[in-house]
Design a protein. Structure first.
Length: 277
């Protein structure tokens, strides 16, 4: 897909008060999630994140961080894929209508002004992300060719599909016979939310919530590919001012480089639509 704009940005779009409020709500949700016994480690679709590798039995002293290295560099170094983790961050999830109302207008305007005009109709939960010193997210796209799985209605399951009945809060629900097979939606056979069913991520948004003087490193970088007219690897400096927003097509490869000092907060949103036609 050839596009006129690789990304679109808004400098200091959110106020300091809005950034502070998002951090407050995100940190509070992290505290509540921890009290519920949930892990705060960010996951990836392939579970090649640090937490996923630890869960698979790889010892912490065996783990190798990708950091800001490219996949080509890792191949040259003959790094063990089963021990090299692509992501090390902490996250919580916000379904907050007020925050959506703050950021959705910028997504809509970027989609129009950049000339993409992608059809989208729903946004996933907002990901509140905390990067501590040495934490990072290596090269990755937010979307691929794979769509989210079809919808399973627990009150009216797909015709012909085997199910079992479970009781929840006094109500009998019909769930897949083998259960919902993964906590990772992208690895599931079924979606439990109809808003995901059969869709793909089309637009990604990142909001920088932290003043640039409070951290070093943590740069958002893009890989425009080997045939890019501009430099292949590009550091997105436009997002550094606090409250700035970057919107880009979800299939673009990007990374957040390791934090060398301080603490960086960000908010991430993905907006979904029907597969490309």
């Amino acid at each position: 897909m050839i596009l006129n704009s690789d990304y679109y940005w808004f400098k200091s779009a959110l106020t300091d008060d809005q950034c502070d409020e998002i951090i407050l709500r995100g940190e509070n949700e992290m505290r509540l999630a921890k009290e519920r016994g949930e892990k705060l480690d960010a996951a990836t679709f392939g579970r090649n994140d640090k937490g996923g590798m630890l869960d698979s039995g790889v010892g912490e002293d065996e783990l190798v961080p990708q950091g800001n290295k490219t996949n080509q560099t890792l191949q040259k170094e003959k790094s063990d894929e089963k021990k090299t983790f692509i992501r090390d961050t902490h996250v919580s999830w916000l379904n907050d209508e007020e925050i959506y109302s703050w950021v959705h207008p910028y997504l809509t305007e970027a989609n129009r002004a950049a000339g993409w005009n992608f059809e989208w109709d729903w946004s996933e939960s907002l990901q509140f992300t905390k990067y501590r010193e040495h934490q990072f997210y290596g090269w990755h796209p937010d979307a691929g060719a794979k769509t989210y799985p079809p919808y399973w209605d627990v009150r009216n399951p797909p015709e012909g599909e085997p199910f079992k009945i479970v009781e929840e809060n006094g109500e009998e629900l019909k769930v897949p016979k083998d259960g919902f097979d993964s906590s990772n939606l992208n690895d599931r056979k079924w979606s439990t939310n109809s808003n995901y069913a059969g869709k793909i991520r089309k637009l990604s948004m990142t909001v920088n919530l932290t003043h640039p003087k409070k951290y070093k490193g943590g740069n958002l970088k893009f890989d425009f590919g080997p045939h890019a007219e501009r430099s292949r690897y590009h550091t997105c400096t436009e997002i550094r001012p606090r409250g700035s927003i970057i919107v880009f097509p979800s299939d673009r490869y990007h990374q957040v480089t390791p934090i060398t000092s301080g603490l960086r907060y960000s908010l991430v949103m993905w907006s979904l639509g029907q597969p490309w036609r």
